[in-house]
Design a protein around this ligand. Sequence first.
Ligand SMILES: [Ca+2]
Ligand SMILES: [Ca+2]
Length: 52
Amino acid sequence: MDPNPDQADLDGDSIGDVRDDDRDGDGLKNKCDKCPDDSAEPLDRKGCPVIP
Ligand SMILES: [Ca+2]
Ligand SMILES: [Ca+2]
């Protein structure tokens, strides 16, 4: 069961999206992530590739 049914967890790391500072789990913080909800776009604001 999901302990936080009201919180989506995009990357499945058990941290709800509301509290997760890296929602898509690509290793780049939301505030720096060009597409914070899309792990398929692992580029920062400057278009630099993210090294895992
Ligand atoms: Ca999460
Ligand atoms: Ca991210």
